[in-house]
Design a protein around this ligand. Structure first.
Ligand SMILES: O=C(O)CCC(=O)C(=O)O
Ligand SMILES: [Fe+2]
Length: 202
């Protein structure tokens, strides 16, 4: 039996309070996940992310690619980015993720971490352009990485391992009450892509 499922095979909320996180485990078989990883690496438009931190420009090691139903713009950390339209294979993955999440997504922020030296520090995704209490469905491809949550007030933490072809869902009040991060690691890990499907307000 899976550690993340109870007797009724219903997924267990990984957070003890104030939010909901469900780990669906591997939703894609290895061959399909390998094929999608190759497509993500060769066909998505990866760029280093830029942010203004205290007026200073920071360029991330991690690369991002952003897709949406419309060529909308999204402003965060002082920069405005334009969304690209869905390539067919990404639309296919979106539909797969929607089936498991039971919600419809209108955008996807892809992240590409070429090694364990790249990660994402503590943050939440409750940006003003996201639907309040909307779901985020994150599909992982490539090298497995640790993912952590930390409660904003109590400091409680929860961590899990995100495997190749797996799906993680964050919903409800998770973004308001918890931070999450993808810690860097000294371990020799394969490159990783995460496709974070979102419900944006546009
Ligand atoms: O790479 C991941 O799995 C998570 C990325 C993330 O937190 C984000 O895109 O906001
Ligand atoms: Fe995030």
């Amino acid at each position: 039996m899976d550690l993340f499922e109870n007797d009724d095979m219903k997924l267990i909320n990984l957070l003890p309070r104030d939010g909901e996180v469900y780990y669906h485990g591997k939703v894609l078989d290895t061959l399909t996940a390998d094929m999608y990883l190759d497509k993500c690496l060769s066909e998505l438009s990866w760029e280093h992310d830029r942010a203004l931190i205290y007026g200073k420009e920071i360029v991330t090691k991690r690369k991002i690619a952003w897709y949406a139903d419309k060529p909308v713009s999204y402003t965060y950390s002082g920069y405005t980015k334009m969304a690209l339209v869905w390539p067919d294979f990404l639309r296919e993955i979106k539909q797969r993720v929607e089936r498991d999440c039971g919600v419809v997504f209108n955008s996807c922020l892809g992240n590409f971490y070429s090694s364990g030296d790249e990660g994402m520090s503590w943050h939440s995704d409750a940006e003003k352009d996201l639907v309040e209490s909307g779901s985020i469905g994150a599909l992982s491809l490539g090298g497995a990485r640790k993912f952590s949550f930390k409660h904003r007030k109590t400091g409680e933490s929860v961590s899990l391992n995100l495997e190749h072809g797996s799906l993680l869902i964050m919903q409800g009040t998770t973004q308001q009450n918890w931070l999450h991060s993808l810690p860097k690691t000294k371990k020799d890990v394969e490159p990783r892509v995460s496709l974070t499907f979102r419900q944006m307000r546009f």
